[in-house]
Structure formats: structure tokens, C-alpha cells
Design a protein around this ligand. Structure first.
Ligand SMILES: [Zn+2]
Length: 482
């Protein structure tokens, strides 16, 4: 108890720092049992201060500059008597790792990794109604770049990790805190490099990371999507070539025209539906949660006679569902032209392709070549192609714990296995046999989810508090000896 009180004293001192003070805990001196809701919510209040501080540290990627955020976190851990290690990956770009041991000899196959990334996507400041790095609190929301993606989870992981230490929990497995860099561009400071250089520091059998969400519908949790797999990203250049010349005498081989025609065909293309095992389970669980009409079409998706129509209805109902059912191809960048009165020799487009795990890019490329059917246009796969990872098991003990806790905590709304259309660090972990699950534990409405990577990103503080509590329960149930 003495140590716990000392921990709380450190906590009170930390809260007196100016930055943390804005959203500091109201009732310091809470008993140190993480299974008690009061403690968890005091932790959450403190974590709000860390989240606000992390938002104020601009880690827009590029360039990232994650080292400053890594040092901030190492400083917080040091105050708790936890020695964190800053792992430098590139100049100014670092990850941070810390470990709570369960025994003198670590068993990596049992260890649990709490993962979040330090970097964020950039902002278009002119489109924000508040300072994106000001951590402004307004109407119960904390605004700022990274509030959801992924500094919210970073602060929640930190809170749960520190609460294990403060409560002197008897762990049945090592718990490793990991904050990664360069997640948003997956470049040379990313988890790929971290694994290549420092695997022994983060080796684990299980991980919890971003990737899945607690989905609110009409103010209630509809379900929790626990990410167990993700799509794989590729970029493909569409290159049209022709003869450059004077714009006053147009020619038939103008590459701008050929590129535009090719992009239009590709934009209208819809790849065939391919239900992966996880997506099948997702829709089976979702059908009874939707209204009768949607539920009926979901159930008909693999029927012989109405299947195709049902797939179309479901794809049209939601861009997310559409992208869960098939490979997608999105034209994203167009480049052509040197002057208004010059026909250029080349015009290019970039296609961002997202494949279902198990599908191959060559098949898609061949399909697109046939579709474009223009000898002046060629398709070229770009470097840094994604690597498909095996899905995490839906039968593991950890998945069972996550499902049980979220179902209890969110009023019986079920956990559904989720295959994200977006990428996370978990793919790299899964490639190293880690059973990684994606769950941003904050219940969020569509209205807030769509602000991720967009303008006025924000997190409801009540959702943040709840998420910290839920994450604490998941980790306690899985890693603390009862
Ligand atoms: Zn993220």
C-alpha cells in the first residue's frame, strides 16, 4: 500500500504540471486496484492529460519527429519507476518500449504487447475550426490531430500499463508497452525496421493494437469489431505515352485523352466478391443486428440465385462493406502536362489497390490490362508493395477474453471478427506469428470516425474514459494472475 500511495503522490505531482493540469484528475488518492471502476476512471482522467500533451507534440508524418513524443512517454514511465528504452530508427525518429516482467526468465510466446503509434497524418490547418495541435476541449470533446488515430490508444495503453505497475499486479505473462514510429507511411522508421533491428525487445505471442472499433449506432454500441486481419495495399502507375506537340493541332494519340479513358474504365470497375473466412463470420454476426431488410440481403449473399443481387445491395449500402467484400482500386493522383498550349508526351495516374488477403496483384493487373485494352497505356506495379499476413486466430484465449469483456462492457453488443480495409502495424506482427488484434476501445459514432485522417479530429472524453476502463479490464483479465 505504501508503494501505491507513493505512486499516487507521483501522480499528483505529475498532474501539477501545466499541460496535464488542464484535464487533471479531480480525485487523486484512489485505491490501487485496477479492477475497481473508480481507479480505472481516475486513471482515465490522468490519461486525458497525457493525450492532451501528446496532441500538442506535433508528430505529423512526414516528417514524423516521433523522438520528442517517445521522450515524453519515457519521462512519464520513468516517474513510475519503469525504465523505458528509446529505440532510434532514423534521425529524430524513435520508438519507445518498456516491459513489466512476470518472471525472471521471459517467455516471449506468452507475452502481451500493447501497441500504438506515435505519428499522425498531416493536417490542412485552414480547414480546422480549432488549432489541430492545441488539444482544445469543447462540448465534451478533446480536439486534435491524433485524438483517435492513434494517440488516444497510445494514452490508454500507457494508462493501463502504468496501472499494472502501480497496483503491483501479479502478472502471468510479460506485458510490453510499445509505441511505434512511421506507421502512417510504413517507411524506414516503421515497425518493419523495429522488428528487423530489435525483435528480441518486442517479441510476443499476443498483441492489442488499433485496427478495430467499437461502433455506435443511434447512440448505442451496435457491435465491437475486433480486427484479426487486414487488406494489403499496392500502388500501380497507369502510364499513357504519345507524341508531344502543339496544342493547336490535336492528335489522336494525346496521352491525356488515353489516360482519362483508362482511368474512367478502371473507376467503374468492380472486382468480384470474395468472402474471406473472417468477413463471412463478420456478416453472420452482423445480420441480426441490422434492420430486417439489410439483414435479409446479408443472409442472401452466398445464395445461388439471389447472391449476386444481394452482394450488390450490400456493397451499395456501405463503402466499408463494399471494400470488405472485394479487392478495390482507387485512382488517387493524376499527373500530366507542362503548359496550357503543349500536348505532353506522357500522362500518369496512381491507383491505390487494396487486396483481400489471399488475392494476388498479378490477377488484378491482368484484369485491368484487359479492361483498359489500349496499347498506348501500360500499368506498372510500384515499389513498397504490401505483404499479406496470416489472420490472427479467432480461437485464441486472448480473442476470447477480448470478446467476453467488450460484450459485458458494452451492454451485450457482440464482438465480431473484423477485417479492416485499412493497414496497421499488426500485419508485420502477424508475419512474425504474433496473434495481434485490433481494437481502439473507445465507442465512436460514424460522425467521429470519419474525422480520422480528416479535419477536426476529436474524441468524446466520456468515450475515452470508457475505453481506458475496457482496455484495463481486457489486459487485467488476460495478464494478471487471479
Ligand atoms: Zn493509426
Amino acid at each position: 500500500m505504501v508503494q501505491i500511495l507513493a505512486g499516487v503522490a507521483a501522480l499528483v505531482m505529475a498532474a501539477s504540471l501545466p499541460v496535464a493540469a488542464q484535464v487533471a484528475p479531480e480525485r487523486p488518492g484512489i485505491p490501487g486496484n485496477p479492477s475497481q471502476t473508480g481507479y480505472a476512471s481516475a486513471m482515465a482522467k490522468e490519461a486525458q492529460g497525457w493525450l492532451a500533451d501528446l496532441i500538442r507534440i506535433n508528430t505529423s508524418n512526414p516528417p514524423g519527429n516521433e523522438q520528442i513524443a517517445a521522450m515524453y512517454i519515457a519521462g512519464i514511465l520513468a516517474k513510475e519507476g519503469i525504465k523505458a528504452e528509446i529505440l532510434d530508427l532514423m534521425p529524430g525518429r524513435s520508438a519507445v518500449v518498456a516491459r513489466l516482467r512476470s518472471a525472471a526468465m521471459a517467455d516471449p510466446s506468452k507475452a502481451l504487447l500493447l501497441v500504438a503509434h506515435l505519428d499522425t497524418v498531416p493536417v490542412d490547418k485552414s480547414r480546422w475550426s480549432v488549432d489541430p495541435f492545441g488539444a482544445v476541449v469543447k462540448d465534451g470533446y478533446l480536439y486534435g490531430r491524433g485524438a483517435i488515430d492513434d494517440k488516444g490508444m497510445l494514452a490508454a495503453n500507457l494508462a493501463v500499463f502504468i496501472s499494472l505497475k502501480r497496483s503491483m499486479a501479479h502478472l502471468n505473462r510479460d506485458v510490453i508497452f510499445l509505441a511505434t514510429a512511421d506507421e502512417e507511411t510504413g517507411g524506414d522508421a516503421s515497425i518493419r525496421m523495429l522488428i528487423a533491428k530489435h525483435w528480441e525487445k518486442i517479441a510476443a505471442g499476443y498483441a492489442i493494437n488499433e485496427g478495430g472499433n467499437v461502433f455506435l449506432k443511434n447512440g448505442k454500441v451496435q457491435y465491437t469489431g475486433v480486427q484479426a486481419s487486414e487488406k494489403v495495399a499496392f500502388n500501380v502507375a497507369v502510364i499513357a505515352r504519345g507524341t508531344s506537340g502543339h496544342a493547336s493541332q490535336p492528335t489522336k494519340d494525346n496521352p491525356v485523352v488515353h489516360l482519362a479513358a483508362a482511368v474512367a474504365k478502371i473507376g467503374n470497375y468492380s472486382a468480384p466478391v470474395h468472402l474471406t473466412a473472417i468477413v463471412k463470420r463478420y456478416f453472420e454476426g452482423l445480420a441480426p443486428l441490422e434492420d430486417d431488410e439489410i439483414g435479409k440481403w446479408i443472409r442472401s449473399m452466398d445464395s445461388a440465385d439471389r447472391g449476386e443481387h444481394a452482394q450488390r445491395v450490400i456493397s451499395d449500402a456501405s463503402p466499408l462493406w463494399n471494400a470488405m467484400l472485394r479487392d478495390t482500386i482507387a485512382p488517387t493522383v493524376l499527373t500530366a502536362g507542362v503548359a496550357n498550349n503543349v500536348i505532353p508526351a506522357e500522362a500518369r495516374a496512381n491507383l491505390n489497390v487494396r487486396l483481400l488477403p489471399g488475392d494476388t496483384i498479378d490477377v488484378v493487373l491482368n484484369e485491368l490490362k484487359k479492361l483498359v485494352n489500349d496499347p498506348q497505356v501500360r500499368l506498372e506495379l510500384q515499389p513498397n508493395a504490401g505483404l499479406a499476413a496470416p489472420p490472427s486466430s479467432l480461437e485464441s484465449d486472448f480473442y476470447a477474453v477480448i470478446s467476453k469483456v467488450v460484450t459485458q462492457e458494452f451492454g451485450g453488443a457482440p464482438a465480431l471478427p473484423f477485417q479492416s480495409t485499412w493497414l496497421t502495424d499488426s500485419a508485420q506482427l502477424r508475419l512474425h506469428n504474433v496473434q495481434a488484434y485490433g481494437l481502439v476501445p473507445f465507442p465512436l459514432a460514424q460522425e467521429d470516425l470519419r474525422r480520422m485522417h480528416g479535419d477536426d479530429e476529436r474524441i468524446p472524453l466520456a468515450a475515452f474514459d470508457k475505453g481506458v476502463e475496457v482496455l484495463a479490464k481486457i489486459v487485467t483479465e488476460f495478464a494478471v494472475a487471479h
